[in-house]
Design a binder for this molecule. Structure first.
Ligand code: GDP
Ligand code: MG
Length: 175
């Protein structure tokens, strides 16, 4: 514990994945249901803060969002610097975004080293009627990649907090 502070540890989390999968929406859903959030915008980068409690540790999450540069696949190395955990998001109504997670995971390995950082896979828009990536597809893929996955809906607030709690647990397990 850390008396005099409102948190015990600070973790940088980055959210990546194809454009349009709902990264910014997930982050907004996560951060804005708490009063303790802060919004800071600079050129090209953007993050929000929210403190969660996991066990008896208060973890301040600094969650980074791209400013749309993923469209051009030119996310800079600085975006990944000192990341403690990564969310790789795709859209369950868009098979291509699911297939592209392989490239995003590659990119994490290139930027964060091989023993790397914890990654959680997130299949967003599970509320949609146009779902085309099945639960089984995701489950098999996650197993193959040895990663955890969640189906989420930023829109309906399904599993969003769970993603961040799980990733934080994976981060804490390493410390
Ligand atoms: P980003 O480019 O990955 O940051 O994606 P955005 O957060 O900007 O979202 C792209 C589009 O998907 C927007 O029109 C959102 O309203 C929509 N969207 C985001 N999350 C969800 C969701 O959980 N369900 C549905 N149905 N639509 C979503
Ligand atoms: Mg965005």
């Amino acid at each position: 514990t850390n008396p005099g502070k409102d948190y015990d540890i600070l973790c940088k989390i980055v959210v990546i994945g194809d454009s349009g999968v709902g990264k910014t929406s997930l982050l907004q859903r996560f951060a804005e249901q708490h009063f303790s959030d802060t919004h800071i915008t600079t050129i090209g980068v953007d993050f929000k803060l929210r403190t969660i409690q996991v066990g008896n540790v208060r973890v301040k999450l600094q969650v980074w969002d791209t400013a749309g540069q993923e469209k051009f696949r030119v996310i800079t190395k600085t975006y990944y610097r000192n990341a403690a955990g990564i969310i790789v998001a795709y859209d369950v109504t868009n098979g291509e975004s699911f297939a592209n997670t392989k490239r995003w995971i590659e990119e994490v390995k290139n930027n964060c080293g091989d023993d790397g950082v914890p990654i959680v896979l997130v299949g967003n828009k599970c509320d949609s009627e146009n779902k085309c990536v099945t639960y089984n597809d995701q489950e098999e893929y996650a197993k193959l990649m040895k990663l955890k996955f969640f189906e989420t809906s930023a829109k309906e607030n399904i599993n969003v907090d769970e993603v961040f709690v799980e990733l934080t647990k994976l981060i804490l397990d390493r410390q």
